[in-house]
Design a protein around this ligand. Sequence first.
Ligand code: NOJ
Ligand code: CA
Length: 544
Amino acid sequence: MQPENRTVLAADPDWWRGAVIYQIYPRSYQDSNGDGIGDLVGIVERLPHIARLGADAIWISPFFKSPMKDFGYDVSDYCDVDPMFGTLADFDRVVDTAHRLGLRVMIDLVLSHTADVHPWFKESRKNRTNPKANWYVWAEPKGDGTPPNNWLSIFGGSAWSWDNRREQYYLHNFLTSQPDLNFHEPAVQEALFDVARFWLKRGVDGFRLDTINFYIADKYLRDNPPLPKALRNDSIAPSVNPYNHQLHLFDKNQAENLEFLRKFRAVLNPYGAAAVGEVGDAQRGLEIMAEYTSGGDKVQMCYPFEMLQPTRLTAALVADTFRRMEETAPDAWPCWAYSNHDVVRHVTRWGLTDAAARAYTTLMMTLRGSLCLYQGEELGLPEAEIAYEDLQDPYGLEFWPEFKGRDGCRTPMVWTTDNANGGFSDGTPWLPVKAPHLPLSVAAQEGDPASMLAHYRAALAFRRAHRTLRTGTMSEPRDFGDVVSFVRKGDEVIFCAVNLGAEPGEATLPTGIWERIATDLGSQTAQGGQVTLPPWGVCLARQV
Ligand code: NOJ
Ligand code: CA
């Protein structure tokens, strides 16, 4: 498709603020050619579902050329589509169709590392003198031949692998086949900006930036200090993973990253494009998010793991998170998600009933920040149980059975009920469609006003109808038992209280006269003073 024939959306450099971004995991959305793997043409077919849901944008997980050892998060050509997913022309159709439907398009740039079969790494590993010799993080062994320091890979074992040709170690924070690029090398940064420009010229509206805080490692390669057991948590890696035993002071989170992000922002600006960075850090996620998104000169949004944690998001945690943000960086801009392609689906992870899941969705739509929904959560899909024989995820294979990996949240989307593959594929799906998912298909819920899908549509419509929820301030975060409440201020003043518990709860309306809004989301009448919320109930009220 020629650039002049493409549909573009009205310029709005602030389009991302408060937006709802729907994440598509392309392998599992819709297969159009019967090979059992979702593809770009399949996405084109299903975009109307996302527009109907009321999302503002899509984020498509990687579809670039890749050996698929980490299912696309190991890129071997940043500027081409893997044949498994289609062609560049198919991608142009995705962009054009999305734009016609009013959806912005974000793609997933995996800049921190490449695949080991990327031509850059093939060249870099040849010897110590080639033009790309310094493009990856190479280091001498210690005197006894062991790795240069104690850094660990998230996917297990040392973060260093030996290379016979150079007789040096190279760094990888994930699989051994995902070598880390050396961001201290200016030519690497330039090459990555060119990648971003390639896609911006093709019409994308923004990027999700994989592992944004891993870009730069300490240039002195200092050891990470140990982290005492009492301070460990499993928010970014399962508790059985020794990665949690270190304080990650040196292998990531380096101050030099801020300068790289400023330059990256300068690449985005002429296109009015936006980026959301993934901040994986178990101790400092919220602070790093604030560092990277405040000041208006780095990325627009980041997502920390506060709401992706294994433990259920409580009223206290929500209030505390927003209190900390108010104190540290009021202009920071988070992007919240409960589910994605890396964590157990939240309905299962938090053990939510149908009523509870609805309350969490309503809560999300009232939060300050942008939001990511993960395909299938609008259907209330639980995690799929995957047998060991069906496992695909290398992370799951490494830590099975204590940690079962990420396949259970990556099974195909279910579109229809009358077909064993849920309408996903005419062939054999790469991961099985599990029986409990079939009755939750889009077709089964379509037209049922009591369905989870209808609830999601109503909750998104509510956010869309009140600009204050997207861009307004958030103040007075309070938790009282299981009830979390806060006030959003913008064109309107909106009081939000959500009972995240199975017992009735109480909230206190600030003084003034309030009228209830969003009654289809179950809100209660409110006239000042105390409000009683039924289990999983909400109170949404506008000051009059
Ligand atoms: C985070 C991605 O979300 C995950 O799927 C991937 O395995 C790692 N980064 C490595 O790229
Ligand atoms: Ca296919």
